[in-house]
Design a protein around this ligand. Structure first.
Ligand code: DC
Length: 233
């Protein structure tokens, strides 16, 4: 079968990456997490002191140095997953830190940072055979992606998932705090000036509030069979 681009967008804590990785595996496609690129630029900015103690990024300094940031992905032979590298250094753990999570949002709002990331993503999608997840993949990065999926779930369910993740990592938080954060992120993502999070008109809606990963995968396989006549194992 001709290789396609599968674009997965949606609200935070909807399990986009788990679902996207599962799809990439059954399709034998490459998985790319677009958020990792925004996180890598944010880490670079933090390391160079371009984000103030109050969390305000120095957009000019970041934009002026985008040309110095070389992003690569290297497959970890043990997990089979890509690890993110900046200028030859493995930063996979560091880009997932709380510090980067707390600062990535304003950095991802800088229009030239978005252009820089979009260029990188498009370059990697040229050969197709890719599953990419993010907030604007089906609307801005690959508006012509052959398959677009928009994931959502009720905010309370997403907050509950996030709370469990945090607790598993030994972090303290209350349900009310996490729910407020989920709602806040929904608002920021959907109201940003450049490429806000919206469902592309031609995206299929996947509300996974009461679905297991297995059920989501069955849903996907059914679509592949109905739309493309492809039977996946
Ligand atoms: O999915 P994530 O939490 O790793 O994303 C990190 C940040 O990057 C988050 O603030 C949303 C932003 N992002 C974006 O604006 N567009 C994308 N395509 C992917 C992520």
């Amino acid at each position: 079968m001709k290789k396609i681009i599968i674009a997965i967008d949606g609200h935070s804590s909807t399990g986009k990456s788990t679902f996207a990785k599962a799809i990439a595996k059954v399709m034998d496609y490459t998985y790319l997490d677009s958020g990792a690129l925004y996180r890598a630029v944010t880490l670079y900015a933090l390391d160079h002191g371009w984000i103030s103690p109050e969390g305000k990024p120095n957009a000019q300094a970041i934009v002026d140095h985008l040309k110095d940031i070389r992003l690569t992905f290297v497959k970890d032979p043990q997990t089979g997953q890509n690890r993110t590298y900046v200028n030859g250094k493995d930063v996979e753990e560091r880009i997932r830190s709380m510090e980067v999570s707390a600062h990535v949002s304003p950095v991802s709002e800088i229009p030239l940072v978005r252009d820089f990331v979009d260029f990188q993503l498009r370059k990697r999608g040229e050969k197709k055979g890719i599953v990419m997840d993010g907030r604007d993949i089906g609307t801005a990065v690959f508006p012509r992606a052959e398959l677009k999926i928009f994931m959502t779930a009720p905010a309370e369910i997403r907050a509950d998932r996030r709370l469990r993740e945090l607790k598993a990592k030994g972090m303290e938080a209350t349900f009310a705090q996490v729910l407020a954060n989920v709602r806040q992120r929904d608002y920021v993502d959907s109201h940003r000036e450049t490429h806000p999070l919206v469902k592309a008109p031609d995206a299929l809606l996947l509300d996974n509030g009461s679905m297991s990963v297995e059920e989501q995968l069955d849903w996907f396989k059914k679509i592949m069979e109905e739309k493309w006549g492809i039977r996946l194992k």
